[in-house]
Design a protein around this ligand. Sequence first.
Ligand code: GRF
Length: 202
Amino acid sequence: RKLGILISGRGSNMAALVEAARAPDCPFEVALVASDKPEAAGLAWAAEQGVATFAQSPKGMPKAEYEARIDAALRNAGVELIALAGYMRLLSPAFVERWAGRILNIHPSLLPKYKGLDTHARAIEARDAVAGCSVHLVTEELDAGTVLGQAEVPVHLGDTAEALAARVLVEEHRLYPRILAEFVRSMADTPLARVRSVALAL
Ligand code: GRF
């Protein structure tokens, strides 16, 4: 299955997916890495690795046009499902609808706790004993789609948000490729794939 990855910055989760895709038994290949920030460090890394990249700043254009360009780039690359990896923009309901059930995201908290930003500081503030990350399906509502998998880490006494973030990130890099591979393997059985293969057979 061809995967498109959307990033906005560092791209360490994207890199984990690109590296996982090199395993011979991996059921996904990375067809495109796209960013809303042309200067994103992850974009340069992906290009160095020989992965196709696409940059489109949303500046100075309506959101619908920006998303139409991203959508066209993904489709031109043959992308069948999308992984958000540190993509810092909320996708419109229209975009989510067009890719319904085929967009995943990784979020650095144990959802449904701490949707949105500053997850680690909030976990520390709440004196949580465990923190972690979640891979979930993307719906219109921020960080609210079905959770597909989670990994936990302990919160240590005196943890800073940075220290906790680093501990969680190690788990993110393990969790995302694993859950994505599971998801892709299960996609073959989804009604959506069945409908599409019937349509193609006609
Ligand atoms: C990660 O913590 C991810 O969970 C969150 O944004 C961060 C992105 O980091 N959505 P990176 O760009 O993958 O290094």
